[in-house]
Design a protein around this ligand. Structure first.
Ligand SMILES: [Mg+2]
Length: 303
């Protein structure tokens, strides 16, 4: 009997998506099914799609028992909002499910919701309900956020729209999130809205598991290979290239654009967001091949 730990997350999700496949194919309203940052539904509104997202964080995995509750709450909601940004969209309504040990102090919950509320209201979203449940004393707490959002039909960006020759860009700096950023990051909603308003963004996702994991996912979704130039990685101060690729929880935007618009995009970005880096870290290629350029030169990996 194969176990989840043996199969790995990518393959687990792949197998579940395969199992769901036919039902999704038969749903006329479903524009984008499982496998992107959000599901996309066409509810016959003239110019908008509905976006759907759910996400959870678990004590001991995504945060520690001693982490301030308001920061845990911020993170739970910010992760979801980051996925709306990844589609070029906005969040609207959130449902919160918590499963906590019965011995949890009420003040902890109040602080948790304070953090969630702060993040939601900053990005124009409303917490409109949820569910409270318990786990056995001593077991890890779970916080789950289910959310609706929206995006204009002509601004909806999928992971799958990348084209060979596209340049690959990332916002901000990567690596070392565990030192604090993973609890206090700002989802890149404004940046994604500005990008999709002014430029043709071919594909986009948010960086949750690290560029080393997420770029191959985006390229595969776009049926492309990729070239990653490690010499151009925007490493956070004090972090190595390996950390920038593998630490994860950066919650920056990873997107691709035609090389023809790259220069004007970068020039406009520098004016619009002077305090936030934008880096070209590689390109999508025709071949189903992974090429990494680093100080040692070029390395090819056949998929
Ligand atoms: Mg995501």
């Amino acid at each position: 009997m194969s176990r989840l730990v043996d199969i790995g997350e990518n393959a687990v999700v792949g197998r579940l998506i395969e199992q769901l496949g036919r039902a999704c194919e038969n749903d006329d309203q479903l524009v984008v099914g499982p496998g992107d940052d959000c599901a996309v539904v066409d509810l016959d509104q003239a110019d908008r799609y509905q976006l759907l997202k759910t996400d959870s964080i678990v004590e001991g995995i995504h945060y520690l028992s001693e982490t301030a509750a308001s920061k845990v709450g911020w993170k739970a909601v910010a992760r979801v909002i980051s996925d709306f940004a990844a589609m070029g969209g906005m969040p609207s309504h959130l449902l919160i499910t918590i499963a906590m040990p019965p011995q949890t102090p009420m003040s902890y919950l109040e602080q948790l919701y304070h953090g969630m509320q702060n993040c939601a209201s900053l990005y124009g979203a409303t917490i409109c309900g949820g569910e409270t449940s318990s786990v056995p004393d001593g077991a890890a707490a779970v916080i789950s956020v289910a959310a609706t959002g929206w995006v204009e039909k002509n601004r909806c960006v999928r992971r799958s729209g990348g084209k060979a020759g596209d340049l690959v860009m990332v916002t901000g700096s990567l690596g070392g999130s565990i030192t604090g950023k993973h609890l206090s990051f700002s989802p890149r909603v404004n940046q994604a809205r500005w990008l999709t308003d002014h430029f043709e963004i071919n594909s986009m996702m948010d960086l949750s598991d690290g560029l080393g994991c997420d770029l191959p996912r985006l390229a595969a979704s776009s049926q492309c290979g990729y070239l990653l130039n490690e010499n151009n990685l925007p490493c956070n101060e004090g972090t190595s290239v390996d950390q920038a690729l593998g630490d994860g929880e950066d919650y920056e935007l990873l997107f691709t654009v035609s090389s023809q618009i790259a220069n004007s995009l970068r020039a406009s970005w520098a004016k619009q967001f002077p305090d936030l880096k934008l880096s070209v870290v590689g390109e999508l290629t025709e071949r189903s091949e992974e090429v990494v350029v680093n100080e040692q030169g070029w390395q090819h990996f056949k998929r």
